[in-house]
Ligand binder design. Structure first.
Ligand code: TYD
Length: 231
């Protein structure tokens, strides 16, 4: 069975990832493809428990190294339980955040640096890399304002307090932003950067263009494996 396709979405809080993931899943569904959609932190029973610790603003005093270790604990569980089995079954996996988030937030935001994140990824995540990463970077001010507003609303509606990261200072989010751009420049083949304040429809169009191209490339690769094994 050929490996499926691993797609991740990345961006600052409030960049519109969640909306775009729903639209992408619907677009794939209309074409008879049912993707496995998951998110980090969370997405497994153990991961949801780790998520609570990580995002609750009452988790005061969490050391940056602990925070990073918990992110990787969550991720290792999600890979073992959800992502790798789905890829092995030839499915398309769409994941809301992955190791680029750890590099941007803990490596950049918390200033732990990229090297340690990439090394932990290699050791703890079997060096599993996305085939395609969509990075949404609308203007910094707009996404920060949206994230802060959204978390107030979520808390009012669900009683869940998930704004530990949004409460960080603007300087923290600036560092996250800069690290994301650095990743995009470093890995242009994997990362498709969608910048600026575009409409939801415009962003969706760019996402499906990138996804359709990868699906096509994967199909070509599969066909060439089949034809070379037949000769
Ligand atoms: P979430 O509510 O899922 O936010 P969003 O909808 O913006 O993705 O919260 C996830 C938060 O966790 C977000 O602020 C980014 C942060 N995070 C990290 O700091 N490191 C990581 O490795 C991951 C996966 C997330």
């Amino acid at each position: 069975m050929p490996r499926g396709l691993f797609i991740t979405l990345e961006g600052l809080d409030g960049s519109g990832k969640t909306t775009q993931i729903k639209r992408l899943a619907a677009w794939l569904g209309k074409r008879g493809i049912q993707p496995v959609v998951t998110r980090q932190p969370g997405g497994t029973t153990i991961g949801d428990r780790i998520r609570e610790i990580l995002l609750d603003s009452r988790s005061t005093g969490l050391a940056p190294m602990t925070e990073m270790a918990l992110m990787f604990g969550d991720r290792a569980q999600a890979i073992a339980e959800v992502i790798q089995p789905a890829l092995d079954a030839g499915k398309i996996v769409v994941c809301d955040r992955f190791t680029d988030s750890t590099e941007a937030y803990q490596g950049g935001g918390r200033e732990l640096g990229s090297a340690i994140v990439l090394e932990l990824h290699r050791v703890l995540c079997g060096d599993l890399h996305p085939d395609l990463t969509i990075l949404l970077l609308p203007s910094f001010d707009a996404s920060l304002a949206r994230a802060r507003h959204r978390n107030t609303r979520v808390e009012q509606q669900t009683g869940k307090n998930e704004d530990r990261f949004e409460q960080e200072q603007d300087a923290f989010h600036r560092r996250v932003w800069e690290k994301y751009r650095e990743i995009a420049v470093r890995e242009p083949d994997r990362v498709v950067l969608i910048e600026g304040d575009l409409t939801i429809d415009e962003i969706h169009e760019q996402i499906i263009e990138a996804v359709a191209e990868r699906i096509l490339l994967a199909e070509i690769a599969r066909a060439s494996v089949v034809s070379s094994s037949a000769t």
